[in-house]
Design a protein around this ligand. Structure first.
Ligand code: GCU
Length: 657
């Protein structure tokens, strides 16, 4: 598209595929999509085998209705490849697997591989508003310009960008998109009713890619839109209103996916106002979508956001577990309880939420944040897949028990907040495209290795002419591979979190949230730092984990260093398992983190003239800002702790006390 970066799907002929013959058999709109893609890749496409059996095609794609519709098998013999899919969506995903193989030189690799999505539900949530919010802009926590769906107070007339987005998402296996912000303001509430015809136009752009559209809805819709005086989930009029509304939505959009709800959370309306609980609230909507095969993603992000900082008995980390686990078993089949990966709020380091394993009779989804709200806001290059890998691998019941990826696989699946906007690079920072790519790949196959995903993304993205420049690939890999740990090292230490500028959440402000109502404190004083969340002397949060984790986190002997300050308040002189003291660790990591960013800047500079000029310039500028910001983080954090503790850096480096 004009002026818009193609991300990982280059337009035009694909080396390896172009010029070859493709036989794509079957009758389905998604197969028409595959045929169009094959033609665009430069292949000669036939729909039926030649009767005389002449000319075996290089690529053959067919459907055998075995296995799940989205699954497929690929068999290569060194010269040709056959894809046999369970259904039309599997044929589409199989095609994009061939594109990946072509980019990584494995097109006709001999042997058979089977591919099935490990997560049954794979959804991206947009926090897009129709209107531009005076503080947040159009996309809440968006760092890539305005919305690709909405402009000038309505659904865009030109949705070609949405069409292209659907193509990109299909290529990584995403099959659902919620198009509007979970904070549903007055204008956005009306998407559900007044704007249905326009929402249907968005759905039509996503449909050829096998993607179903979802809407975030306000729990107060019966009042705001329906003219009722209540949205009590047990009120017969409220129930009828939701059923009729859902019927109208599905009449307009037959493959509509369902609703996303943020209720009783950060000021959004919910069932608590009527003395009802979240099962009552979610089941109200489940009843409305049930007939249509819809889903209700009900978010578990419920906590007291108006806490008195003097109150040491309330712990925000406990809230989702305390609210939701007593309701296990009461949610209807259509309800997916959507749980953020950590108990707080998408920090660079948090323990994995204990809620994910505590509701065995509920469909639970893992929620990740691809948009980099707390991880550098797409001004810092931070490849998040290694963090997600740790979350997916976490085994709540100890080594050898099913990991988080297995717990969500057949139930609620995986969800993430998108990082895409109308920016020419889609994601603001061109290297942030890797996060969107990696999210889709991990949602499809939760066992993939982040480094391998990174290489695959690099191979698809950094083509020059017909091939990949190996040196460029090596530099980009090196730059991103450990960038999550680098970001962690120059920001809030040892799992304590936050220390960001209130409101924007960008840049350091060590005490920014310390006396706020948000429940996000570090409790640093002259002697020590950290939050005591033990059962013995603290808030008891550690006790929300099953064994062995509750004991692991409870004890200073076993708590992992990187989570020390999430679970314990310790003196600055406390010795970590690494051998360093807390204060020396803070100094060392902050110097090392800023140095690592210097190295990233130098590495990228070496690519001038070897990558696309516009990409080069944008990344260079963002890295310059990351360097400035990392130094600011280093100096503010180090200075703060030197002033508090009075303990000098053991290596005598410059700290501004
Ligand atoms: C964070 C974020 C908000 C968002 C909220 C949510 O707190 O700062 O902008 O609304 O998460 O996930 O609902």
């Amino acid at each position: 598209m004009n002026g818009v970066h193609p991300m990982w799907l280059r337009p035009g002929p694909i080396p390896g595929l172009a010029g070859g013959d493709a036989l794509i058999e079957g009758d389905d709109p998604l197969l028409d999509t595959v045929r169009a893609e094959a033609r665009a890749a430069g292949m000669h496409v036939a729909e039926a085998a030649a009767s005389d059996g002449a000319l075996a095609p290089q690529v053959r794609i067919s459907i055998d209705r075995a296995g799940t519709p989205a699954g497929f098998a690929v068999t290569g013999d060194g010269e040709r490849t056959v894809v046999v899919a369970g259904g039309a969506s599997g044929a589409l995903y199989g095609w994009f697997e061939l594109v990946r193989r072509a980019a990584t030189g494995r097109l006709h690799e001999p042997g058979t591989t089977r591919h099935e999505p490990t997560q049954a539900v794979r959804i991206l949530d947009h926090w897009d508003n129709v209107d531009v919010h005076p503080v947040m802009g159009q996309v809440e926590r968006g760092y890539a310009g305005g919305s690709i769906f909405f402009d000038a107070g309505r659904v865009r007339d030109d949705l070609s960008r949405v069409h292209e987005y659907g193509r990109l998402l299909a290529s990584i296996g995403i099959d659902r998109v919620a198009i509007n912000n979970v904070n549903v303001h007055a204008r956005e509430a009306r998407l559900l009713t007044d704007d249905l015809a326009d929402v249907a136009r968005i759905a039509a752009e996503l449909r050829p890619w096998g993607i179903r559209l979802h809407l975030s809805v306000s729990f107060a819709s019966p009042i705001v839109l329906g003219g009722l005086e209540t949205s009590d989930p047990l009120d017969a009029r409220v129930r009828a209103w939701w059923r009729e509304t859902a019927d109208r939505v599905w009449a307009a959009i037959p493959d509509f996916g369902g609703f996303v709800v943020k209720a009783d959370s950060e000021g959004q309306p919910g069932p608590f106002a009527y003395g009802r609980d979240h099962a009552d609230g979610a089941n109200l909507l489940a009843e409305a979508v049930a007939l249509h095969g819809g889903l209700v993603h009900w978010r578990a992000f419920v906590y007291n956001h108006a806490q008195d900082w003097r109150d040491r008995t309330t712990d925000r980390a406990r809230a989702a577990f305390d609210h939701f686990t007593p309701l296990d078993g009461r949610f209807a089949d259509q309800v997916i309880v959507q749980v953020k990966h950590g108990p707080m709020d998408f920090q660079v380091r948090e323990p994995v939420s204990p809620v994910l394993a505590a509701m065995p009779r509920t469909r639970v989804a893992l929620e990740l944040q691809v948009t980099q709200e707390y991880t550098g806001q797409q001004r810092h290059a931070v490849y998040l897949a290694p963090m997600w890998r740790e979350v997916l691998d976490f085994a709540p019941f100890g080594a050898g028990s099913p990991p988080v990826a297995d717990l969500t696989a057949t139930g609620g699946g995986i969800a993430a907040v998108s990082n895409v906007g109308d920016d020419a690079f889609w994601t603001g920072h061109p290297l942030a495209q890797a996060n969107l790519y990696a999210f889709g790949r991990l949602a499809w196959d939760a066992t993939l290795d982040p480094a391998a995903i990174l290489d695959e993304w690099i191979a698809l993205t950094f083509w020059s002419g017909a091939s990949l420049d190996r040196e460029v690939a090596a530099v980009v890999h090196e730059l991103l591979d450990a960038s999550w740990q680098t970001y962690e090292s120059y920001t809030a230490p040892l799992g304590v979190g936050f220390m960001v500028t209130p409101g924007t959440h960008y840049g350091p402000s060590v005490d920014g949230y310390e006396y706020s109502p948000w429940g996000t404190y570090h409790f640093a004083d002259r002697d020590g730092i950290g939050v005591d969340r033990t059962v013995a002397t603290g808030t008891g949060y550690a006790g929300q984990y099953p064994p062995p984790w509750r004991e692991t986190y409870e004890s200073l002997d076993t708590v992992p260093d990187e989570l020390l300050l999430f679970f314990h308040h310790v003196p600055y002189t406390h010795r970590l398992h690494s051998g360093s003291t807390v204060i020396q660790h803070i100094y060392d990591t902050h110097f090392a983190g800023a140095d690592a960013v210097d190295a990233m800047v130098a590495a990228w500079a070496s690519l001038e003239g070897r990558v696309d000029d516009a990409v080069f310039a944008r990344v260079r500028d963002r890295l310059a800002e990351q360097q400035r910001s990392a130094r600011e983080w280093r100096d503010q954090v180090n200075t703060y702790f030197l002033r508090k503790s009075g303990i000098p850096d053991g290596r005598g480096r410059a700290i501004f006390a």
